[in-house]
Design a protein around this ligand. Structure first.
Ligand SMILES: [Zn+2]
Length: 155
């Protein structure tokens, strides 16, 4: 297998666990939902689509922290039950080979580039964005709904 120049950064386990505790406590912006489609509910912790019937927590996550022009908080899912954080971080997650847009940010959290994987290999797009020395990280998002999916850094 080709060694990638990038590293996938799934949602930290403490963020997923905090969301699970908040949902249990009935915090109003943490909703429990049941997946009703095989490709509609991506868990940001294990980086898999939830299977129909699985429970997830839907909650707002600040992928780009506040205090910047490109600050962004948006809805994400995590499995309601504990799941294994994505471990094959040198490999692009197989469930998200299509339907993602890749946004490149600099160290100041400014968005400096963006590319859609239109039938191309997502690895090639990510590596091209990371070849720009200004790129600090790349965020993968849903191309349709715009939701944050995962982050990619240089390995
Ligand atoms: Zn999960």
């Amino acid at each position: 297998m080709k060694t990638s120049m990038f590293q996938v950064v799934p949602l930290p386990t403490e963020v997923a666990d905090r969301a699970r505790r908040a949902a249990k406590a009935g915090v109003v912006d943490h909703a429990v939902v049941i997946a009703d489609s095989p490709t509609g509910y991506p868990c940001r912790h294990c980086l898999r689509f939830a299977k129909p019937g699985e429970r997830l927590i839907l909650f707002p996550y600040a992928s780009i922290p506040s205090g910047h022009p490109y600050s962004e908080t948006g809805p994400i899912f995590v499995h309601a039950e504990p799941c294994q954080r994505y471990r094959a971080t040198r490999e692009y997650p197989g469930d998200f080979r299509s339907g993602r847009v890749f946004r490149a940010y600099n160290t100041g959290y400014d968005m400096i580039d963006a590319q859609v994987a239109n039938g191309s290999e997502p690895e090639a797009i990510v590596e091209k964005l990371l070849q720009n020395p200004e790129t600090a990280f790349v965020d993968a998002r849903s191309v349709t709904r715009g939701c944050y999916t995962f982050r990619i850094q240089r390995a």
